[in-house]
Design a binder for this molecule. Sequence first.
Ligand code: GLU
Length: 448
Amino acid sequence: MSYVDEVFDLVVAKNPAQPEFHQAVKEVLESLRVVIEANEEQYRKDALLERLVTPERQLLFRVPWVDDKGQVQVNNGFRVQFNSAIGPYKGGLRLHPSVNLGIIKFLGFEQIFKNSLTGLPIGGGKGGSDFDPKGKSDREVMAFCQSFINELHKYIGADTDVPAGDIGTGAREIGYMYGQYKRLTGLYEGVLTGKGLTYGGSLARTEATGYGLLYLTEEMLKCNGKDIAGMTVAVSGSGNVAIYAVQKAQQLGAKVVTVSDSTGWIYDPEGIDVALLKEVKEVKRARLTEYAAARKSAEYHEKKNGEHGVWNVKCDVALPCATQNELDLEDAKALVANGCIAVAEGANMPTTMEATEYLQKNGVLFCPGKAANAGGVATSALEMSQNSERLSWTFEEVDSKLKTIMVNIFHNLDDAAKKYGMAGNYVAGANIAGFLKVAEAMTAQGIV
Ligand code: GLU
């Protein structure tokens, strides 16, 4: 049996009931097959792949907090410190009822390659909790965040592990966590990114994932002889990534006609009104029904079981910005039938493996999340740089660095795909380019 297949079987056997983690590992290992086979003896002797798929450290902890009725609630807390070969662990904290160890491991594993692709010195990690901030009062969210950090502060630090936001963790949660970290340690340091602008945050960090997604998509289209200006774009999600993806797509001259949340989706043929979307989602923290109620041109569709409406809308470019496995084979077929030419992932692993293969086979340009959404974590690394030098850069400075990083990521993965005989396969290109740097650093550092 080949080394790649052996290691994949090992992952399934050793990590039962973690389907998302298996999926993320399978996608990466399949892409690496040619690279591994060319150097199999050495990699096997060093157990490089076994080390790559095994987190350096996994923290699981209890998070007790008191709700507004005086009742004690208990959530599970997680931090997976996956790989520190090229820098301190870096990756977000997801707060969502679906969070379990397998989800955090899939996200942490993806983060290793994503962070490597940015070209910046950051290792891979991820964390979070099954706590749901939705519907909780500010006091309840603060109580949870403080309890979470009471435990996590022992294991993080500006030079060791730097968490950030993800689904459910935004500016409010990062603020409460930062305050508690500072109180417990007495350190005013860049231990978290996505901080507020008054206490060490970076300009353009809020916009970075969505903007970066569009900078990369624009470059991918350009290199394939297409221009995003004038194109129709379908976006899913309505959180931080989706909002700023819509905004940048519009600035580049595209028309965005959809957004979605967990209960429904919007079709707005006149183009999404970003100011209204921000008001509904960032200020009121309300449902998209409120968007539809305030806007004549918008149609609201209730999400029915197993159906993901936005991908049935005719579009040139699809940007899944909601969550993992939201775009399946049926959706991919609908996109191809409607003439979609490009898909770039704003979320982490939003496209199933079958859907990805179908899109690629049908000539759709497909860029995976670990490249396309790397602008968020890249700008987090820029926030770390600013914190270390105790300076703040201007919006334009950060934004132009972000653009350069995204354009470079695209060319790196495009070149890697060509070099290994898979021109146009950006999934393979991203995994190979991300892996090679980490593998070289791991090899240089010996058996650790
Ligand atoms: N949660 C984001 C991601 O998936 C950002 C992580 C960060 O900024 O550290 O990459």
